[in-house]
Every structure is written in C-alpha cells, then in structure tokens.
Design a protein around this ligand. Structure first.
Ligand code: NCD
Length: 323
C-alpha cells in the first residue's frame, strides 16, 4: 500500500496511528518488536517507569468490555510516564445520545494526545483517525470483528521470544475464526513476518468461506490441523457475535475441538499454546493444558505491556516530530 493512502503512516512512512496490520511492512512490524524488547526490562525494575511520554495525555476510550487490553494499555502508558484518563462508555454521555464525533471533539478540547479506542463497530478506530486533529494519535484496541492489531503484535512478540525466527514455523489458529478480529490481525502479521505455514482449524460453520484467499491451509479436524505445528493459538467462542445454530453445544465443541493434553501430543514436542483470553476452560481447552508447561498464556499478558509501550511511544514520538 502506498504511504499516502495509508492513514496510519506519516509521509515518512512512520507510525502515527495504529489501526490495522494491513499495509504495514515487515520492517515496521520488526521495529515494533525490537522496541518492545527494549521495554521488557522496565517492568522488572523496582521503579517501573521511563520518562519518554512525560507530559502526554493518553485516553482509554472503551465502548466494549475488556480486562487485559484496557489494563495493560493503562499500565503501558503509565510506565512511559504519560497521564492516563479512563473513559468508560457505560457511564459517559454517549449513553445520553452524544455522537462519537462530539465525544472526540470534547476530549480533544481537553488537549489529549492519544486515544486508545475499543468499539463493537468495525471501522470505529478508522473513523476516529479520519476525524482526529493533526497532533492526536489513535490506537485500535479492537473494532468489531475487523481488527485487533496490538493483540496480534503481542502474540508475535511472544512467538519470537520462544521460537526466535518466524521463517521456519508452522502455526495453527484454532476455533472461532469467523467472529475473531484477533485471527484476522494475526494472519496478516504472521504472513508479513514470513511464517511459511499458517493453518486455520475449526468447524465449517466457524471458518469464513473466503479464508483460503488469505494464504492459509484449512483443517476441519483438530488432530490433523495441529500435527507437527510449533505454535497453537486457541480462540474463544465469541458467542456475543454468533447467530444461533452455528454450534451444536459447548460440550460437543470441546469433544471435537477442545485442546486436551492427549491431543497436544500431535503437535511438535516443543509447541507453545497461546490464547488471547478470556479462556473458557473446558470449552476451548482443558485446565490441564491452560495451566500446563506448554502454555504461554500469562506471558502473553505480561508481554502485552512492553508491546503496547512500544506502540504508544512510537506513535507519540512521531506525532511530536510533526507538531
Ligand atoms: C480478544 C478480543 O477482545 O478480541 N481478547 C482480548 O483482547 N484479550 C479476544 C476475545 O475476546 O476472545
């Protein structure tokens, strides 16, 4: 994609907003991962702060529920010494009928520098970026089924920490692909970083018909789909986005697609098991696997702070350069 057409980049190709993995280069994704690696040490110090974004105001604008994403964004911004404002849509004037644009204009009038947006409508973060003032950055914390790019980047970081190189990996993404913004962003990131084999595994009703055009292999059988893979990414059944009739029952789903210790043996012996959370134990995977030695699920959460620090610092830094 040409830089001039990519809303996320400034005219020098640097990150200004972070809305989607689409159109970002391998070089830029690697820069995010390398910057995050430099921040992992900060969280281990007794004084967990660097002054990079001192004096900046970051607003968490969450119109949809979140536990990990909102809190790790908040911690990330605080560790960069920014001031953080949490805007809770449930108790804000949006429930009184204020439009998104009016909310944005009012928060801009308070001289905020960055908005981290989660919204149930696909395209919400793009909408904000199109209308934001020139010195304001927008980060997408999940929009509908469309995109969740910071989750994908923390997943890439976790994979790199364990596997080193992307170019010899087999990665399986298992479960409800149809409703998953995480899967969409992961597929784009894995492809961009050079992963040669990406597999989507799940029931026919939960794999989008157009999936093959994404450069992936499709499996409708769990054991075949995870055979010899290095990374297994399990996804939650997103019942809040599901029409009825797509699944027989959770019990039946676990019987066919639940990851158990026994089934995990089909994967490579050093395979890691990931999940963006929240986990439904006994539906996507057994507790034995979720808490087992192959699971890196809690590391994903910890790395999420360093990765979000990297993205906030890069976008705010580039913003400063133009203001
Ligand atoms: C994901 C999300 O919100 O899209 N969770 C997250 O950000 N940690 C996945 C999910 O809700 O299943």
């Amino acid at each position: 994609m040409n830089n001039t057409h990519n809303l996320q980049l400034d005219h020098n190709g640097r990150l200004r907003h972070f809305l989607t993995i689409e159109g970002l280069s391998q070089q830029l994704l690697t820069e995010i991962l390398n910057t995050a690696a430099g921040f992992t040490g900060v969280t281990e110090r007794s004084v967990k702060k660097v002054p990079l974004c001192r004096g900046k105001v970051v607003v968490n604008l969450f119109f949809e529920t979140s536990t990990r994403t909102r809190t790790t964004f908040e911690l990330a911004a605080k560790r960069l010494s920014a001031d953080v404002l949490n805007f809770n849509a449930g108790i804000s004037a949006t429930t009184k009928g204020e439009t998104l644009l009016d909310t944005l204009r009012n928060l801009e009038a308070m001289h905020c520098d960055m908005f981290v947006v989660r919204h149930e409508a696909s395209g919400a973060a793009h909408f904000f970026a199109q209308h934001a003032a020139p010195n304001v950055s927008i980060l997408n914390a999940g929009d509908g089924r469309h995109s969740h790019p910071t989750q994908a980047m923390l997943d890439m970081f976790t994979i790199r920490q364990h596997k080193g190189d992307f170019t010899n990996l087999k990665v399986a993404i298992v479960g409800d692909i149809q409703h998953s913004r995480v899967a969409r962003s992961q597929i784009l990131a894995l492809n961009t970083l050079g992963v040669p084999e990406i597999r989507l595994v799940g029931p026919r009703t939960l794999i989008p018909a157009a999936a093959e055009s994404l450069g992936v292999k499709i499996y409708y059988d769990l054991c075949a789909g995870i055979q010899d893979v290095d990374v297994i990414i399990m996804l939650r059944l997103q019942k809040e986005r599901m029409a009825t009739g797509l699944l027989p029952s959770e019990h039946e789903y676990f019987r066919l697609f639940g990851l158990t210790q026994e089934r995990l043996r089909y994967a490579h012996p050093n395979a890691i098991v990931m999940h963006p959370g929240p986990i439904n134990r006994g539906v996507e995977m057994s507790s034995e696997v979720a808490d087992g030695s192959s699971s890196v699920i809690l590391q994903q959460v910890s790395y999420g702070i360093a990765v979000r620090m990297a993205i906030i610092a890069m976008a705010l830094g580039n913003n400063e350069a133009i203001s």
